[in-house]
Write a protein that binds this ligand. Structure first.
Ligand code: AMP
Length: 271
């Protein structure tokens, strides 16, 4: 595995058909599922690790975001990744940089409303990474379903020559979606955390069965609160535009975020 820390190193290593997996590191089986999907498609597999300051708000956890570079590199090498790109902040955001991507549509609600500027930071860094790595295909996790729709929209709107591929969420056996931030859950909170996916499954089953949408979503929020979680949102949306649905149309998704101690859990399910 080649470890590139400068753009000339990266360019020398990357030519031809490339599957790309952008990450912020602290890698787990969810990230490795994206690497595995990239490998199955053939071609070279490139991953990046960059904790992107522009996607964290001023009161968010940028400084304490987990950084585990040595073990990440071991995992990527064992997974058969060909190149890992480790840019520094000055390469990604030179002092004279004057361009940020602004977004509407699928970026406006949900995480976009709770975390102002978050998706502008995500889209800008992903566009820069695409320009550096020049992948044929890029792999993103459905765990961050809104992020996938935002990236798809950006790729379509900016006519970027890359295919965006979404990979299903990897979960613990009790249903909790793997996340780099789960390590900050206390043992007590960890025991409560599966309630989020349980609520999503129950609500999806009810809505598929024809239950009233407003009642079902309200019931899910009560269940979360009774389980010790504080819901930010729990909403049935159109799977493309992410606009809320009053009546069930296909394809739909339930998007959910809830606070649990110091952690915000994010999850979603197809309906
Ligand atoms: P992050 O390092 O959190 O920015 O995530 C990098 C990529 O891994 C994103 O495309 C995430 O959606 C994806 N990812 C994170 N957690 C999971 C998971 N549990 N299952 C599948 N993909 C995931």
């Amino acid at each position: 595995m080649l470890i590139a820390r400068t753009l000339p190193d990266l360019r020398a290593a990357l030519t031809g058909d490339i599957g790309f997996v952008p990450t912020m590191g602290a890698l787990h089986e969810g990230h490795l599922a994206l690497i595995a999907a990239a490998k199955r498609a053939g071609g070279k597999v490139a991953a990046s690790i960059f904790v992107n300051p522009k996607q964290f708000g001023p009161n968010e956890d940028f400084s304490r975001y987990p950084r585990t570079e040595a073990s990440d590199l071991e995992k990527l090498a064992a997974a058969g990744c060909h190149v890992v790109w480790l840019p520094d902040v000055a390469t990604m955001y030179p002092d004279d940089a004057a361009t940020m991507i602004t977004l509407e549509g699928p970026a406006l609600r949900w995480e976009g409303a709770v975390r102002p500027g978050h998706f502008a930071g995500v889209a800008t860094v992903v566009a820069k990474l695409f320009g550096q790595v020049r992948p044929t295909r890029a792999y993103f996790g459905e765990k961050d379903f809104q992020q996938v729709q935002v990236i798809r929209r950006m790729v379509a709107d900016l006519l970027l020559p890359v295919e965006v591929i979404a990979i299903p969420t990897v979960r613990e056996t009790d249903g909790l979606a793997l996340s780099s931030r789960n390590r900050f859950l206390s043992a007590e909170d960890r025991a409560k955390a599966p309630a989020l996916f349980a609520a999503l499954q129950a609500a999806a089953t009810s809505i598929r069965g024809g239950a009233d949408i407003t009642e079902t979503l309200a019931k899910a929020c009560h269940y979360l609160m009774n389980s010790g979680l504080v819901p930010d949102y729990f909403s049935l949306v159109d799977a493309g535009s992410l606009e809320p649905l009053q009546a069930f149309t296909h394809p739909a998704r339930i998007l959910a975020a809830a606070k649990l101690g110091p952690v915000r859990l994010l999850d979603n399910i197809a309906v």
